[in-house]
Write a protein that binds this ligand. Structure first.
Ligand code: UD1
Ligand code: MG
Length: 452
């Protein structure tokens, strides 16, 4: 919308009591991202935009989440929760600065897209004073009903104030609205609280606009886009809608999802070309997967960068801070954390690599553990390029294994190993000739029935 300035106000001061959680409602995640972050990422962004988030008292965490996602977000505290119009006016200072367009969105409606905000703004550009986002609800109960007469929006009736006939209306208020920014403040200030709840309803703006002889209209969208979240069940529904979207977007971008319905992605997952993800994989936030990489079944990946043609799993767990170089291979029952594994590294079986740097082409044998924690603090393990760590080794950090070094199987390494050295830490093996035979004889004699 070139040339037009826009202020977006996101309402997030509600208590969210129906979530039955000590976490503020808008901080609950969908696809690895808070509800609030989803709303903010759809809101107009750029030089002609301003963003305000209205939060409740004692919701510093919500303010922090807002600024983490949008550095330009200004937060306003609504001290008493007296309704949606009252909440908007908590951001009066931002409103008073003026903008061509005012958008109001709810922090608990995360599936809304940037395109929908643009549709509302387009209606303003065509002369409407107020554009309300509506949808046809499968079950309208709880929503405000949009009352339309000869194609014009005349009122929004909250369920508690609706007549039985009005309750039959399926066209509902999604909560998102766009105002002509120059008129918004004077309209909002006229809203009273003469209703069954004694609250200042934002929805009353519609009749005020009509009474002023100005135009209010409805822009319709799908119910899936405007699902409001009040309960954990609705949170799960939103997750499922969002997952379907992310899977489709990934496949459209060329990612092979072998059984998409079993794969969970995050809102910020990024993919290169020709990536394959096998069934039952969970990708958490902060994951990038480069060209040609394959993630095998039952792997769980969070805050990790996966290099070109790398192979992960099956049954791998890549925890935050993992970085896999080109062609690296992580096999079954391997866990990594805060670990950089350079190109061509192999950790094929049953290992833990944490707080570590592993040089290119090193081979980490089955059952290798970086012992990074001494019960008090974490320590680092450095493994040089081309090293070979024998099976079932414990690398007690802090420790450095030199380039090209070789660690004998079963070693407990507590001291640094120089480049190209071979370190073996285990006791001498003893072979007793005929010992097994003698042992068996002894055991069989003991087992003869007594008194037989
Ligand atoms: C609201 C609408 C209803 C619409 C529905 C869509 C009003 C009066 N009603 O009802 O028409 O169909 O959303 O989901 O607007 N909030 C505050 N401060 C307050 C009250 C609310 O910040 O004092 C915030 C909440 O955090 C939430 C949003 O405003 O993000 C909506 O509030 P909520 O109480 O969920 O409104 P609904 O009853 O769902
Ligand atoms: Mg609601």
């Amino acid at each position: 919308m070139s040339g037009r300035t826009v202020l977006t106000i996101v309402l997030a001061a509600g208590e969210g009591t129906r979530m039955r959680s000590s976490t503020p409602k808008v901080l609950h995640p969908v696809a690895g991202q808070s509800l609030l972050a989803h709303v903010l990422s759809g809101a107009p962004e750029g030089p002609d935009t301003a963003l305000a988030v209205v939060i409740g008292p004692d919701q510093r965490v919500v303010a922090d989440e807002a600024t983490r996602h949008r550095a330009d977000a200004e937060t306003f505290v609504q001290r008493d929760r007296k309704g949606t119009a009252h909440a908007v006016l908590a951001a009066r200072a931002a409103l008073a600065r003026g903008a061509d367009h005012l958008i109001i969105a709810f922090g608990d409606t995360p599936l809304i897209s940037a395109k929908t905000f643009e549709r509302l703004r387009a209606a303003l550009n065509e002369g409407a004073t107020l554009a309300v986002l509506g949808f046809r609800a499968a079950d309208p109960s709880g929503y405000g009903r949009l009352l339309v007469e000869s194609g014009r929006l005349v009122a929004i009736r909250e369920e508690a104030d609706a007549t039985p006939a009005e309750r039959e209306v399926r066209l509902c208020n999604a909560g998102v609205m766009a105002f002509d920014g120059r008129k918004a403040l004077s309209i909002l200030e006229r809203i009273g609280n003469a209703n069954s709840k004694g609250e200042y309803y934002l929805t009353d703006a519609v009749t005020i606009v009509r009474d002023l002889g100005l135009e209010a209209l409805v822009i319709e969208t799908s119910e899936d886009e405007v699902r409001g979240i009040n309960t954990k069940a609705q949170l799960a529904e939103a997750e499922s809608v969002m997952q379907a979207r992310l899977r489709n977007a990934a496949m459209e971008a060329g990612v092979t999802l072998v059984a998409p319905e079993t794969i969970f992605l995050a809102a910020d997952t990024s993919f290169g070309k020709d990536v394959t993800i096998e069934p039952f994989v969970v990708i958490g936030p902060g994951v990038s997967i480069a060209d040609g990489a394959v993630i095998h079944s039952f792997s769980h990946v969070v805050q990790t960068s996966i290099g070109k043609n790398a192979s992960v799993g099956p049954y791998a767990r890549l925890r935050p801070g993992t970085s896999l170089g080109e062609g690296a291979r992580i096999g079954n029952f391997v866990e990594t954390k805060a670990a950089t594994l350079e190109a061509g590294v192999k950790v094929n079986h049953l290992s833990y690599v944490g707080d570590a740097h592993v040089g290119a082409s090193s081979n980490i044998g089955a059952g290798t553990i970086t012992c990074n924690y001494d019960g008090f603090s974490k320590h680092r393990t450095e493994i040089g390029a081309g090293a070979f760590i024998g099976t079932n080794s414990s690398l007690v950090a802090p420790v450095k294994i030199g380039k090209g070094a070789y660690i004998g199987s079963g070693s407990v390494i507590t001291r640094d190993v120089p480049d190209d050295a071979m370190a073996v830490e285990r006791s001498q093996q003893t072979n007793r000739e005929g010992g097994a035979t003698r042992y068996r004889e002894l055991k069989t004699r003991d087992k003869r029935p007594k008194g037989g």
